[in-house]
Design a protein around this ligand. Structure first.
Ligand code: GDP
Length: 471
């Protein structure tokens, strides 16, 4: 796919499988005449026409609605035709294939993943952060994430970024103007209170960065490895943590992560949990592949939750488990089944042997005592939830009005660094105005990267290729 192709494109826009309705979407410049030929009737813009979907030989493949959205007032900014028929894979495929055959003369081809949204971006219907929010909304796994993705899609995040850009642009204009009059350079910074202005922008940027970090946690969540012997209560803990979210405690399907990662939510934050129960030596090839995948997931873990039976805290088999886990990942030690000890979690629990000991060769996540919980009674679970959210970087109660991606946070951090360097130049006695100006330019450029005003084709390709087909 060339980044700026304008070939007419077509795709099934609804999810694969059976459903009440299936939508086929076509986009391209000047589709009007072709769409009317295809539907064998005039199509009023933005009106639903109920009609039979007949193939080129006259056979009725399906019946449903045709909607024509002339550009630029369409999702992609081009002419768009939507055919809404029945949502069965065979019927949709037949309609799609017939459209492709009849679109050969206009160069109609199958759309790449995300190509409709990419066109919306290229035709200025959405900026890049909004386009990313389309994918994030589709992928949102919690109400909180969906709400924030929608806010990003409606431009809330972009508006914050644009406001920062605008303030930097104003400062740049003053500096650039002064650069043309070198004799004024010296008192420029004072005259225009440049340092104060810069401080103001930096403070505002810090606020956006804090929110973006929260938005990133909400989008990405926390990767947790759940390690522990059989029967220590791993499944029970997962269920207890999931709480009302229990319906979502299902293995994530997919070719690469099959039955490896489970996902639950705490306060809307997705926790991707790898259960290490299957990590054992095996002769079975399929199982071995599964185990290799588990290790790959473990390598991405941000924390290892090592669950033990509180009644046997010094079990040597636990020390073996910990030894096998990757180095460098913090370990959160959690002792389950405290209800069986005869006193609840949170008690001093000094009678538990070996509490202050650590497993040989590993540093625990912090030096505090292990968390004592009961998956059965719920004791200690609030503390565990709070600890997990803290490790994820989530500040409870803090707002996350929009979702953010890693690249957004990195761009904001880069912009912040340039503003700080600029401040350094301003504070220096032999102020170098052109260096100050250059740092402002770089900060501005970093921010523009978020909304896609300066974005390489490679990055665009990377972003849009992660979309689903038909979006
Ligand atoms: P897993 O093999 O580590 O996933 O362990 P399970 O969650 O299947 O639990 C093993 C057994 O321990 C089950 O009979 C659970 O009911 C029991 N169990 C789990 N957590 C607790 C707990 O906090 N207290 C008590 N008394 N029993 C528990």
């Amino acid at each position: 796919m060339t980044a700026f192709s304008t070939d007419p494109i077509i795709a099934i826009a609804t999810a694969p499988g059976r459903g009440g309705i299936g939508v086929i979407r076509v986009s391209g410049p000047d589709l009007g005449a072709w769409a009317e030929r295809l539907c064998a009737q005039p199509l009023r813009p933005r009106h639903a026409h109920y009609l039979p979907f007949r193939d080129r030989h006259g056979e009725t493949l399906d019946e449903g609605l045709a909607l024509f959205f002339p550009g630029p007032h369409s999702y992609t900014g081009e002419d768009v035709l939507e055919l809404q028929g029945h949502g069965g894979p065979a019927v949709l495929r037949r309609v799609l294939e017939d459209c492709l055959a009849r679109g050969a003369d206009i160069g109609l081809r199958l759309a790449q993943p995300g190509e409709f949204t990419q066109r919306a971006f290229l035709n200025d219907r959405l900026d890049l952060a909004q386009a990313e929010a389309v994918a994030d909304l589709i992928e949102a796994s919690s109400t909180a994430a969906a709400r924030s993705a929608m806010a990003s899609l409606s431009g809330a995040f972009s508006a914050e970024v644009d406001a920062l850009s605008e303030r930097i642009v104003q400062l740049r204009m003053l500096v650039e103007a002064t650069l043309d009059f070198p004799e004024e350079e010296i008192d420029f910074l004072e005259k225009y209170q440049a340092a104060e202005r810069l401080g103001g922008v930096t403070a505002a940027l810090d606020g956006v960065l804090r929110t973006a970090r929260q938005g990133l946690v909400l989008r990405e969540g926390l990767h947790v490895v759940l390690a522990g012997q059989p029967n220590v209560g791993k499944s029970s803990l997962l269920n207890a943590l999931a709480g009302e979210d229990i319906a979502i405690v299902t293995p994530i399907a997919g070719t690469t992560r099959d039955r490896v990662v489970q996902q639950i939510h705490i306060e809307g934050i997705p926790l991707h949990i790898v259960d290490t129960a299957g990590l054992r030596e095996t002769e079975d090839t399929v199982e071995r592949i599964g185990i290799e995948r588990s290790w790959a997931e473990i390598a991405r873990a941000q924390v290892i939750l090592h669950l033990q039976d509180a009644r046997h805290p010094d079990d040597p088999l636990d020390a073996d488990i910990v030894r096998r886990l990757p180095a460098g990942v913090p370990v959160l030690r959690v002792w389950n089944k405290v209800d069986l000890l005869g006193h609840g979690a949170g008690s001093a629990d000094r009678s538990v042997p070996g509490q202050s000991g650590r497993h040989a060769g590993r540093e625990a996540e912090d030096s505090s005592d292990p968390l004592l919980i009961s998956a059965h009674t719920g004791a200690g679970l609030d503390a565990l939830r709070a600890r997990l959210l803290a490790i994820a970087g989530w500040m409870p109660g803090a707002e996350s009005p929009w979702l953010a991606r890693e690249r957004h946070v990195r761009a904001l951090e880069a912009a912040r660094e340039h503003l700080q360097t600029a401040a350094g130049h301003a504070a220096h006695s032999d102020q170098v105005l052109d260096l100050f100006a250059e740092e402002l330019r770089l900060a501005h450029e970093a921010l523009c990267g978020i909304t896609g005003q300066f974005t390489s084709d490679d990055l665009l390709g990377e972003i849009f290729s992660s979309f689903c087909i038909g979006k």
